[in-house]
Design a protein around this ligand. Structure first.
Ligand code: G3H
Length: 487
């Protein structure tokens, strides 16, 4: 509500994935703390957002778009002033390499600027009048109300802002809970939110999701739920809303993207793209390649090249030059990945690369498991870490059937150098997922492209222009044409 509330209650101690030597051995470094708010504070923040929206009569939802854009420009300017601080916090809080943390920041600024450009286009179109069958219509985009916004730990700034910024600039008011791993990096922006937008328009709350989010949903006062996270959590939250038919959900959820490498693929290219696709930010991307299907005829050659390529990757601390693999922020993740690897081995797979699966506190060396089959956890579970399950196939129907049976439907990477083969596979694949990447890794960008998924992978579409539509409703003013207004 535009006030910085002092906090005397419990706090969550933030541990970095980066470990330091202590008298008790190697331990995750303490880098700060944040308040563990409860339902009462959450409801105070909600009330502030509701009253700033004021059923669409508030200062922000009624502000002319040019003025909203001016507020956003001011905010972006203040954000750029904090770049160094935010980038370092991204690095320390989630272990992202310094270079990738800088990229995340820059991509976010670019995203805000493109959103503003896109809004200007939308606004120009909205100020046009159309005449049809004696009716003059002015079509507009109007806000939806209070948006509850939650982002993921892997892109705690960028992905959070790919929903928060379009929701905000469309005239909605915001309740924002930063991700558990990725909270401190939002501190430097609190003052900018407070001073660049009217009181109560952006409200940040800290705490455990299960304590503070449930009462917000139960209140029925949330108009839009936007979450980039798990489909399980999204479904639980939606169910809490007393009038779920009035709730709009814009969700980026689980994915198990597959790479398919045919016997006509350029294997060097396939390996290069699979390494980037599976292991960038340690495989902690919803868009990561999380299972690889390789044609039996080329499987041995592919695995050999893949192992060699992984062997060249540098594992280390995020600030080290050329580092590619870095510490994992989720304390339980190394344990879970080990379980997946052990389960695959118990069911007949082997670790195919040197040092694969070695764990040193929060550092996990990538493991390639082969041959993976339907009995293993890695076959269906979204590992979200540096483990690459590989399956052999001799009939292209095998990977297609896998996608058909999957609960997910985000992306596929298809590798082949045969144009006829590619042409014959695009339709069967694009009917299962929302993006087919030819001879390249799965990825979200460029941010102007639609980012969505089928089945449990998404609800709504988040590209720069699509997000503006997602957080607004098309409304119109219709005027019956008369002799008088014709003049
Ligand atoms: O975690 C999901 C992100 O949207 C991935 O984005 O493909 O640009 O890394 P990216």
């Amino acid at each position: 509500g535009g006030e910085m509330k002092p906090w005397n209650g419990d706090v969550h101690t933030v541990l970095s994935p980066i470990c330091i030597q202590t008298s008790a051995g190697l331990k995750r470094k303490v880098i700060g703390s944040y308040p563990l708010c409860g339902p009462e504070e959450a409801m105070t923040a909600l009330d502030a957002a509701v009253s700033a929206y004021n059923d669409g009569r508030g200062e922000w939802p009624t502000m002319p778009i040019a003025e909203r854009i001016a507020c956003m420009d001011k905010f972006t300017g203040k954000m750029i002033e904090k770049k160094d601080e935010i980038v370092k916090l991204i690095m320390w809080e989630i272990g992202k390499s310094y270079g990738d943390s800088v990229k995340e920041f820059d991509r976010t600024i670019e995203y805000i600027n493109s959103t503003i450009d896109s809004l200007k286009d939308l606004d120009r179109n909205s100020s046009r009048f159309e005449i049809e069958q004696g009716i003059i219509g002015q079509i507009r985009r109007s806000p939806l109300g209070v948006v509850l916004c939650m982002g993921p730990f892997n892109y705690p700034l960028n992905e959070t802002f790919t929903t928060l910024i379009p929701a905000l600039i469309m005239g909605n008011t915001i309740l924002f809970k930063p991700p558990k791993h990725g909270t401190l990096l939002h501190y430097p922006l609190l003052e900018a939110f407070r001073t660049c937008f009217p009181k109560g328009v952006v409200n940040t709350i800290y705490g455990r999701g299960n304590m503070i989010i449930a009462p917000l949903m139960v209140s029925g006062k949330i108009n839009v739920l936007t979450l980039i996270g798990s489909s399980k959590v999204a479904n639980q939250l939606k169910k809490l809303h007393p009038k779920v038919n009035r709730l709009r959900a814009i969700l980026g959820l689980d994915a198990k993207n597959a790479a398919i490498i045919t016997d006509k693929a350029d294997l060097d290219l396939a390996v290069k793209e699979c390494v980037l696709g599976s292991l960038s930010f340690n495989g902690q991307r919803c868009t990561a390649i999380k299972i690889v299907f390789v044609h039996k005829k080329v499987a041995d050659a592919f695995l050999e090249k893949l192992g060699a390529a992984i062997g060249k990757l540098k594992l280390g601390m995020p600030w080290e030059k050329d580092v590619f693999l870095t510490p994992l922020p989720e304390p339980q993740k190394p344990v879970y990945l080990k379980e997946c690897i052990d389960d695959a081995i118990a069911n007949g797979a082997k670790v195919m690369n040197e040092n694969g699966g070695l764990i040193y506190e929060s550092l996990v060396y990538p493991a390639v498991l082969y041959p993976v089959n339907g009995k293993m956890k890695l076959y269906r579970e979204e590992q979200f870490g540096p483990v690459i399950p590989v399956l052999p196939f001799d009939d292209i129907e095998t990977p297609i059937e896998y996608l058909i049976q999957s609960d997910h439907g985000q992306q596929v990477s298809l590798f082949s150098n045969d144009a006829d083969e590619l042409a014959s596979l695009i339709d069967p694949l694009v009917n299962q997922v929302s993006r087919v990447n030819i001879n390249s890794q799965c990825q979200r960008g460029p941010d102007i492209f639609p980012f969505t998924g089928r089945k449990d992978s998404a609800e709504g579409t988040l590209s720069v222009p699509d997000a503006l539509r997602a957080f607004s409703i098309r409304t119109m003013v219709a005027v019956k044409q008369t002799e008088e207004n014709k003049k």
